[in-house]
Every structure is written in C-alpha cells, then in structure tokens.
Design a protein around this ligand. Structure first.
Ligand code: FMN
Length: 175
C-alpha cells in the first residue's frame, strides 16, 4: 500500500488548464492556402494519431478560433509536426497579430495543403468528420500523403512551455 494521494481539487477552469498542461505533447501547424494564394494557419498541440486503416489523425479546435473557419472549407489541410528548432515559429503561428508565416519556409501541395519545411513529419489531409465536443470541435482528418524524419527532433509542449526531448532509455535505473 502506498501513501494516500494528495487531496483532489474541485474542478474549475484554471485547475483543468493546469491538469491538461501536465500532459506533454508535440505541436503541429495546421495550414492551407486561401483563395488568394496566401497561407492561413494556426498552431495546434491537440494532434493525435487515430487509425492506421483507414489512416486517420485528429486535432481539437476551439470554437473561438477565427482561423479554423478559414481552414475548414479547404480541400486539403497540411498538418506539420514542428521541430524543436521551430518554437518561435510556433509562437508566431498562434499570435493574434503579425504575419504567422514570417521567416518560415513552406510548400503548398497541389490541393492547397501548406506544409512547413524542416518539420518532423508532414501530413496532407482532408476532413473526414467534425464532432462537436464542448467548446471545441474534434476534427477527424484522413491522411492522403505524408513524410516524416525521426532525425528531426520534435518540439515538445508541456506546462505552457516549450521543451526538447531527452532520451532516458540509456540512463541507469534509479535504485
Ligand atoms: C503551443 C500551442 C498549442 C495550441 N494548440 C491549440 C489547439 O490544439 N487547438 C486550438 O484550437 N488552438 C490551439 N492553440 C491556439 C491557436 O494556435 C491560436 O492561437 C488560436 O486559435 C487563436 O488564433 P485564431 O483566432 O487565429 O484561431 C495553440 C496555441 C499554442 C501556442
């Protein structure tokens, strides 16, 4: 029997944010070309792999997002897993003002998905289904094309801060 856990706290917005922030994740850039040929996009850490067959991934997007309505009606959306060297780019991709793509190299795939150069992985996706879930939509995306490079270290988001991975499987066990 281990010691009793610390007392659980009553649920509040701040407590939820704090607890959700304990779960580390990568960060993706969701991006596509607008009709005028300019890229639109946003940072999203809610990316999850969902299914191999069919190939599906998901992201959760807040109903308050002003960028998601611009992405939602695109034929394809690019999902780029940002690299550890792209923390500044990630901040820009989430900022309210300024050019979100400043200093970023990107390519547009034939159907308009915008994919970020130097990312750890890139998926060219179409929307499969949207599920309303509280104040977010769960967006199920079907992957049509992809590339990935495990040699590119991913950006890690934890407790509202950016981190890099550290490999621990070669460390000695603690007694
Ligand atoms: C590290 C990071 C992760 C984020 N993840 C998400 C996410 O998963 N879903 C979401 O809706 N917004 C997420 N955001 C916020 C959006 O990137 C963006 O700031 C927000 O949608 C407001 O901009 P908009 O009105 O142009 O959409 C994240 C921001 C940061 C910095």
């Amino acid at each position: 029997m281990t010691a009793a856990p610390a007392e659980l706290r009553p649920l509040g917005q701040q407590e939820l944010r704090h607890a959700f922030g304990a779960f580390p994740s990568g960060v993706t850039a969701l991006a596509a070309l607008a009709d005028d040929g300019t890229p639109v996009g946003m940072a999203a850490s809610s990316f999850t792999s969902v299914s191999l067959d069919p190939p599906l991934v998901s992201v959760c997007v807040a109903h308050t997002s002003t960028t998601w309505p611009l992405l939602r009606d695109r034929a394809r959306i690019g999902v780029s897993v940002l690299g550890a060297h792209q923390a500044d780019a990630c901040r820009r991709l989430a900022s309210r003002d300024g050019d979100r793509f400043a200093g970023l190299n990107w390519i547009a795939a034939p159907d308009g998905a915008v994919l970020i150069d130097g990312a750890s992985a890139r998926f060219d996706c179409g929307i499969e289904r949207l599920v309303r879930a509280g104040d977010h939509d769960i967006v199920l995306l079907r992957v049509h094309e992809l590339d990935a490079d495990h040699a590119v270290a991913p950006l890690v988001f934890h407790a509202s801060r950016f981190h890099r991975l550290a490999t621990t499987d070669t460390l000695p066990e603690t007694p």
